[in-house]
Design a protein around this ligand. Structure first.
Ligand SMILES: Nc1ncnc2c1ncn2[C@@H]1O[C@H](COP(=O)(O)OP(=O)(O)O)[C@@H](O)[C@H]1O
Ligand SMILES: [Mg+2]
Length: 489
């Protein structure tokens, strides 16, 4: 059914002489028929474009370019991208919530690259442009194996300019592609991906940057075995000085965002990414999202308040180690998570190397902030002496933790790398979870504030799908004021 916004746009189009009243009526009839007969909901504006009554440019300029119209300006074609003259565009290779990505060659240097082009509908939004440029700059500055190397970035064309950035082309699928294709990962592969991704996060953290949109779509697994973080579009400086303040716009993807992001807290740090990495790990091994709901509001509320479903994490499907990693990474309270990305790498590696404390029994650890509810879980009561083979899932990497694995599970020998056997990895058992994260943090646990779920408004159209907040499907949490806080806009 046509809604108010659509009708307004149609009226504007008629007023500007772009559409005849009869054409609007025809589009409305078609919309109703599609809905009734095929259960397809298509916005009027898209129907008008499909009927070639309006061009995409006319549609996007209807309200002075200020309105976010679904299906308008949210894709860049190969022909459009060819307007960026310094590149030869070969083909489209990806599409996210902000940009289309192409395989391209830089004409002058002949360098093959991935060329990311901001959706035309965002080019008039100063905030989006600024974020895009920031991403280009960060990628160029960063020198990290786990982050695509940035090359050129800039703006092409004066009228209807295109913003672009080029970077190292990653030959391989995203984790989301692999989930779609093959379903859940076995634990060995999942843990490899997460540890490698954590190395990229550690690099960012050490430079004072938080990613803010870690999820399976934004982690790629190159065929040379490298696991790469992509999409630094929401990356921002870690700002401890904003403690106690709230953002007026929430960034991230609801299915993976940390409770503090869902609440709109402004002093985000790497622990928010660690939560998202945990949610990604959950999705990879369980094969389902940690939280689902009828709309973004419900999912975000669950991120803040609902515990993980123990049934999904236990019962022999997931090893006790995996359960531990997920619970630790996805603790609601960031003080109880790993405090640094390095710690994720080190802890996971330690388990894989079998050097952890053999005596740990989660059931008797009264200081554990996690409710393992171990009950009759065969993994729980048993003292695990072989990390790899007792669970059948947690096998050590054949070349030690610095070896690389390819998406197909075979390992890659790195130049100069010795072939270590994984034999020493077989005795690890989880070590105790310190009562306060790692024990290194002196912060006090954050008291939940702003979990006012009734303030979240826009439902997402596709429950379970990833939603980036600043887009049309976004959900904005209004700033939450704490008693005594000064006023913020
Ligand atoms: N360097 C790259 N090499 C190859 N493919 C890439 C590269 N960067 C991104 N992609 C693909 O393009 C998709 C969208 O890129 P991304 O940076 O996430 O854009 P957005 O900001 O729009 O989400 C990714 O999910 C991935 O599949
Ligand atoms: Mg993305």
């Amino acid at each position: 059914m046509a809604n108010k916004q659509e009708m307004l746009l149609m009226a504007l189009a008629v007023k500007q002489g772009l559409l005849q009243k009869e054409q609007v009526q025809e589009c409305m009839d078609l919309q109703a028929a599609l809905q009734e007969q095929k259960n397809i909901d298509l916005p009027l504006i898209q129907i008008a474009m499909k009927k070639k009554y309006l061009t995409e440019e006319q549609a996007s300029n209807l309200a002075g370019g200020s309105m976010d119209i679904p299906g308008v300006g949210d894709h860049v074609s190969v022909d459009d991208a060819a307007r960026i003259h310094i590149f030869d565009i070969h083909k489209e290779i990806g599409q996210g919530g902000m940009a289309t990505v192409f395989l391209a060659t830089h004409k002058q240097t002949k360098r093959k690259c991935a060329l990311k082009v901001l959706f035309p509908k965002h080019t008039k939004n100063a905030k989006f442009v600024e974020r895009f440029i920031r991403e280009g700059r960060l990628l160029k500055e960063f020198e990290c194996e786990s982050i695509a190397k940035g090359y050129e970035y800039g703006k092409a064309g004066k009228e209807n300019p295109l913003y672009f950035m080029s970077m190292e082309y990653i030959d391989g699928p995203s984790i989301q592609d692999l989930l779609d294709r093959d379903g859940p990962f076995d634990e060995q592969k999942a843990i490899y991906v997460i540890t490698e991704a954590a190395k990229g996060l550690a690099y960012m953290q050490e430079r004072g940057v938080v990613h803010r949109d870690v999820k399976p779509d934004n982690i790629m697994w190159a065929t040379d075995g490298r696991v790469m973080l992509v999409d630094l579009g929401f990356a921002t400086m870690i700002r401890k000085d904003l403690a106690g303040q709230y953002e007026d716009e929430t960034c991230g993807t609801v299915q993976y965002i940390s409770p503090e992001q869902a609440k709109g807290m402004a002093d985000l740090d790497i622990r928010a990414d660690i939560y998202s990495l945990g949610a990604t790990l959950y999705h990879m091994v369980v094969g389902e999202l940690p939280f689902t709901g009828k709309d973004s509001m419900e999912v975000m509320a669950k991120q803040v308040m609902e515990g993980l479903d123990a049934l999904k994490l236990k019962g022999g499907k997931i090893s006790v180690h995996m359960h531990y990693f997920i619970e630790k990474m996805m603790s609601k309270d960031r003080d109880f998570r790993y405090q640094t990305a390095r710690e994720v790498v080190e802890d996971v590696t330690e388990v894989l190397e079998g050097a952890a404390d053999l005596q740990y029994n989660p059931a008797s650890d009264t200081s554990s902030p996690f409710n393992f509810a171990l009950g009759n879980d065969p993994h729980a009561s048993q003292r695990i002496t072989k990390v790899g083979h007792s669970t059948g899932k947690f096998q050590p990497l054949s070349q030690g933790s610095s070896g690389r694995m390819k998406p197909n599970g075979t390992s890659v020998r790195l130049p100069g790398q010795s072939t270590r056997s994984g034999g020493s990895n077989s005795t690890g058992v989880r070590k105790a979870i310190p009562p306060n994260g790692t024990g290194t943090s002196t912060r006090k646990p954050v008291t939940p504030g702003g979990s006012n779920t009734s303030s979240v408004r826009k439902p997402i159209t596709k429950p379970g799908s990833s939603v980036r907040m600043p887009t049309n499907k976004s959900v904005k949490l209004p700033p939450v004021k704490k008693p005594g806080d000064s006023q913020r806009g």
